[in-house]
Design a protein around this ligand. Sequence first.
Ligand SMILES: C[S@@+](CC[C@H](N)C(=O)[O-])C[C@H]1O[C@@H](n2cnc3c(N)ncnc32)[C@H](O)[C@@H]1O
Length: 376
Amino acid sequence: MTQQQFFATTAKGVEEVLAAELTRLGAEGVVVESGGARFSGGLEAAYRANLWLRTASRVLMPLAEFACETPEQLYQGVRAIGWTGHLTPAMTLAVDCNLRDSALTHSGFVALKAKDAIVDDLRDALGSRPNVDSKDPDLRINVRLFRNRCTVSLDCSGAPLDRRGYRLDRHEAPLKENLAAALIELSGWDGATPLIDPMCGTGTIAIEGALKALRIPPGLLRAGFGFQRWLGFDRELWSRLVEEARQGMLAALPAPVLGSDLSHSAVAMANENARRAGVGDFISLGRSPIAELSPPPGPGTLIFNPPYGMRLGEEEALKPLYKEIGDTLKQRCKGYTAYLFTGNPALAKCVGLKASRRIVLYNGPIECRLLKYEMY
Ligand SMILES: C[S@@+](CC[C@H](N)C(=O)[O-])C[C@H]1O[C@@H](n2cnc3c(N)ncnc32)[C@H](O)[C@@H]1O
């Protein structure tokens, strides 16, 4: 089978965890890089990564890399790839662009120029050109410009992998599904002891925990992936991987996965999301203020993200809540290891406990901390 390079992207701070996931999946040549991890393999490696990776945002397949300081170099470099093996005029395409520290500074312009090179190549070779569909294209192409080096990749995933498809409701600041999965991976929770999110909001952490413990691949929930619409999609290979995954799923959780929240509407949403994720019968999500938390006997893991107030005045108002969190951990969570995820270090101080570990990671543009507290 032809060996190909791939690049799985993720949030800053999650790269090591993603690389460990890839290694567990049997990917070869795994190398951690800023913003993701590189790996190699055949189509199977790419399909498997899309189906199984819990912490990735996308899986990209690089086609070419070249020096790029001018629009002309960009156009020629993209065109030289030769697109007839990837697209027909009947298919639709979209081009995404991320750029940093380069002579070309406008991502919209770079995407447009790359798109022109692709459609011109097709028109010259086949007499007609494919159309653009920025929302739901048959082929999504990623152009990355970093320090005047351009990497052009096919996006194997299509819609980002964090969109598993189970969360349709919106509530106060839900975590992206792959970030929730990253918090679980960083905590080292392996499914054998209780997992509790006492501020569960839409239930993302509990749902991701249940998916992991039941060995359900997150990709199984999705409507589809980019590579399924590519020329040369290997349907048989994909069906085999899905079937293998189904065979390996557990019928019950080894240990309880629990969530609670102060808000009735959040709990209702969390339950609806859990049902859509296929784990509604396995996890228990109820209404309770954190001060009344009564976890099953430890050892176990608490992972939660309290509100962290981005606007002026909110921080002050949230200080008592963070103090209450600290008191609850001390008084009610003996034998547990707690992981608190927050974007506000000043509020974290109000917990009044000494963190035994601080992990920096990003929630979109916001620098956050995952703080570990051991409750002996
Ligand atoms: C940032 S959101 C959590 C989002 C969640 N991780 C998700 O992915 O949807 C914070 C949650 O804390 C809840 N909350 C606030 N005060 C609380 C309290 N005293 N006890 C329990 N939950 C509380 C809010 O209702 C809100 O759902």
